[in-house]
Ligand binder design. Structure first.
Ligand code: FE2
Length: 233
């Protein structure tokens, strides 16, 4: 099966079972540590560095943008992804989740940073991912069943993909996202390097000077505060 023709490809266990089990155990333990940190108020409930419980797609489920182990996995899979897609790729970002019973991933397409994506099943209960290879909207699609370590490579911006409500207890999975090398403005999802949290996106380099979006925001807020008519109330 050709990725270029079909815009998706299933690759069976490109890494060893031991490596996949290690990553799965690591991520389960990370969730447990993060739970304890939050319960015991060691970290703020607003901190995202240890993962979050819910995002715009799935509520109250442990999810993590750019966990450092997942980012290493993202980088390690570049040659495997290139071989199976026939494309020269750069990593953009990783996103891991431990889904729970009842979770559902609604039918959607992805943003540009996800042009070439892989979803890898890491552990827990098997759960099919659906993909619509026609590239249309609302078609029946096909169910892809995976074993731990298997990846489904797909063009996330072109093909709708979704998961029906999870009937079993738990399913751990990571999205690994890439772009073609020539569209490198999205390299590392606009972060300085892999591993950095989402709020390190959009770092601008100008005349050798690095600027973060929050520098600009804080400057404009400071100016606004100076002019605020209620400042001295
Ligand atoms: Fe997606």
């Amino acid at each position: 099966m050709s990725f270029k023709k079909n815009k998706y490809k299933i690759v069976k266990s490109p890494l060893s079972a031991e490596v996949i089990r290690f990553i799965y155990d690591y991520f389960l333990l990370k969730r447990k540590v993060a739970q304890t940190f939050i319960e015991q108020k060691y970290i703020s409930g607003f901190t995202t560095d240890w993962g979050v419980w819910g995002d715009t797609q799935i509520k109250e489920t442990y999810s993590h943008y750019a966990d450092i182990v997942m980012e290493c996995l993202l980088d390690k899979l570049v040659p495997i992804m290139e071989k199976n897609t026939g494309l020269k790729l750069v990593p953009t970002y990783s996103y891991a989740r431990i889904y729970k019973k009842g979770d559902e991933l609604l039918r959607h397409r992805d943003r540009k940073s996800c042009a070439v994506s892989a979803t890898m099943f890491l552990g827990g209960d098997p759960w099919a991912i659906f993909i619509d290879p026609t590239g249309k909207r609302g078609a029946k699609g096909i169910a892809v069943k995976q074993k731990p370590g298997d990846i489904l490579i797909y063009s996330g911006c072109d093909l709708e993909h979704w998961r029906e409500p999870l009937k079993e207890k738990s399913h751990c999975q990571v999205f690994l996202h890439y772009n073609e090398k020539n569209s490198s403005e999205l390299k590392y999802d606009k972060r300085e390097h892999l591993g950095l949290p989402e709020y390190f996106r959009n770092v601008y380099f100008e005349e050798g000077k690095k600027t973060h979006w929050w520098d600009e925001a804080s400057q404009s807020w400071r100016q606004a505060v100076e002019k605020d008519p209620f400042k001295d109330d």
